[in-house]
Design a protein around this ligand. Structure first.
Ligand SMILES: [Zn+2]
Ligand SMILES: [Zn+2]
Length: 334
């Protein structure tokens, strides 16, 4: 059994350029219904010193991390225990840094790859040369408040789609790039991680979910997708479905979970569309609502390497993509 728990994976405190303490951040996260946050201050981990007491006092888990903030791009590093020196990373040597993070069992993700760079935000635009995309664990495809309507995020989303089409099984997250804990009027987006029951430690379970691609993103109700294949086996987000021609076609099951952070977002009652997207483009667009939150789609899997679900509807006065799942992958076997 997997529970989909809400996290914010990109946060700053006054240990870098944030305007909040770790305790203020965690308490604001609790008010937003989050189970955990990743602390990703710029080039420092000193904000984590009172982590244990903040976790104990708020019940909000804190994933240790750091945002490499360089002239050539910002990279989020999560789950590290020791500081990784980023200062020797030239535009062609990002892999040295990635390797050092992976050695500690951590994960790396490209932050806001298309945010306007200098002079607005030094190094915010991603310019590092990635020679092996298999080494990049995730891309922050939605950045900031009301992320679905921002043009730089649309470019990042397309970049993720291109990488999936090239065969890379890379995860996508959102990140508020949270600096100030004051309440905001614009919608926030949340990264839901698939936490398996019986876990020992929530930080490891969260990192494990991100590593598997068990990830869904939403500003409102949560879009969900799973695949039922021959023999009753069910694949969840990030899994690989092995299938062959002689078996029954895999069935994609989609759903909207209206109980996810219920009461913390507003959505007018409406018919919404769940679009099933793949390496072959759009496969189907299914209508769902709070009365009918489930649907199924029988997949002709020939030539399909990945599928994800995207939830569209009217949100904050705009017709927009409210949320999306990460991909489920398909492999034809003999
Ligand atoms: Zn940044
Ligand atoms: Zn940041």
């Amino acid at each position: 059994m997997t529970n989909w728990l809400p996290f914010e994976l990109h946060c700053h405190t006054f240990h870098s350029d944030g305007k909040q303490s770790l305790a203020e951040l965690a308490s604001a996260a609790k008010d937003l219904g989050l189970c955990g946050v990743a602390l990703t201050d710029h080039n420092t981990m000193t904000g984590l010193l009172d982590r244990d007491s903040v976790v104990a006092n708020t019940g909000v888990e804190i994933i240790p991390g750091l945002e490499w903030t360089t002239f050539f791009g910002h990279m989020l590093t999560l789950g590290i225990t020791e500081y990784v020196d980023w200062r020797n990373l030239s535009p062609f040597h990002i892999h040295r840094g990635i390797e050092a993070v992976h050695k500690q069992g951590g994960l790396v993700g490209i932050a806001h790859p298309f945010r306007v760079g200098s002079p607005m935000c030094t190094g915010c635009f991603w310019e590092f040369e990635v020679s092996d995309w298999k080494q990049v664990d995730y891309i922050e495809v939605w950045s900031g408040l009301f992320p679905s309507i921002r043009r730089n995020n649309i470019r990042a989303f397309d970049m993720w789609t291109d990488l999936l089409n090239k065969g890379y099984r890379i995860a996508a997250t959102c990140g508020r790039d949270w600096h100030v804990s004051d309440p905001v009027t614009e919608p926030i987006s949340v990264t839901y991680l698939g936490i398996r029951e019986g876990y020992q430690d929530l930080v490891s379970a969260a990192l494990n979910a991100l590593r598997r691609g068990a990830v869904a993103i939403s500003m409102g109700p949560l879009p969900m997708m799973s695949v039922r294949s021959f023999g009753g086996h069910t694949a969840e987000l990030g899994d690989v479905v092995e299938w062959n021609m002689s078996e029954h076609a895999p069935v994609i099951q989609i759903a909207i979970d209206f109980s996810a952070r219920e009461g913390l977002w507003n959505l007018p009652d409406q018919l919404m569309k769940m679009r099933l997207m793949s390496n072959k483009g759009e496969l189907a667009s299914l209508e769902l609502s709070s009365e009918q939150p489930h649907a199924e789609y029988k997949l002709d899997a020939a030539g399909i390497s990945w599928v994800r679900a995207e939830l569209f509807g009217t949100f904050c006065g705009t017709h927009t993509r409210i949320g999306f799942t990460n991909a489920i992958y398909f492999e034809e076997v003999d």
